[in-house]
Design a protein. Structure first.
Length: 247
């Protein structure tokens, strides 16, 4: 984990974007929670891993991030949304303040993690024969072998966590929870060694007023499409001439 936040943050002005790069150290089984997808893609004993509409493997991060944040902060009075799905909403509850509760949106928005390469290139099927608990022997006749779709070791997943009106404590809590995810696993079958990851974080700090400048720049391009084309041409010319010089 890298890049400690530089300088203090100004509430109500700043937005922090945490760019995550997650590398699979052991295979990740993400599970699929859309009933329709499971019905369509589950064949025989094969359990599907979640696939995005545009063909990448994805995994939900928000649930586990909040769960580990709550575990970390239990002694500091954070509530447990596994027990109370609504969230307590007490002003001193750090996780309700960050992630929200019923009736109030959180300040922390967590993307799904998505593989950099397409689903078919990073997902493989592993088979798990059923083992008799008493004898420890693979049982051929009692019950089927389970097949799991898994994201393979070395695969990279990316996603952002966006924090509005950030507090420095938010970054501490999230990086702590991410460390816990590295150790305890992401996704399913973690007790069998699945879901070990390495998580790299880079921070980007922007201000709401940044969007004003972006808007200005984008509007200029939209209003002057011809000028933009000329600029592109000039760039190409510059490239060609420098290439000629270097030759
Ligand atoms: Zn709470």
């Amino acid at each position: 984990m890298s890049n400690i936040i530089q300088g203090a943050v100004t509430p109500n002005e700043d937005i922090i974007i945490m760019h995550l790069k997650v590398t699979a150290v052991s295979p990740i089984y993400t599970g699929e929670n859309k009933v329709k997808e499971v019905k369509e893609r589950k064949t025989k004993n094969r359990i599907p891993t979640r696939k995005s509409g545009d063909g990448f493997a994805t995994i939900n991060l928000s649930g586990i991030l909040r769960a580990f944040s709550e575990k970390m902060l239990k002694s500091s009075g954070a509530c447990d949304v596994a027990r109370d799905a609504k969230g307590c909403g007490r002003p001193d509850c750090i996780t309700c303040d960050m992630y929200g509760y019923l009736g109030k949106k959180g300040r922390v928005c967590v993307d799904e993690l998505k593989t950099v390469r397409p689903f078919n290139e990073v997902v493989d099927i592993s088979t798990h024969p059923r083992i008799d608990r008493d004898t420890g022997v693979v049982t051929k006749d009692q019950g089927p072998t389970i097949e799991l779709e898994e994201i393979q070791e070395g695969a990279e997943l990316v996603g952002n966590i966006v924090i509005r009106n950030p507090k420095e404590r938010d970054i501490e809590v999230i990086t702590g929870a991410l460390k816990a995810i590295e150790t305890h696993g992401l996704g399913g079958w973690t007790r069998r060694g699945r879901g070990r990851t390495k998580i790299d974080v880079t921070l980007e700090k922007i201000k709401w007023s940044t969007y004003k400048d972006i808007g200005k720049e984008e509007a200029r391009k939209l209003l002057n499409p011809d000028k933009e084309k000329d600029k592109e041409k000039d760039k190409d010319k510059d490239k060609k001439s420098t290439q000629a010089v270097t030759k």
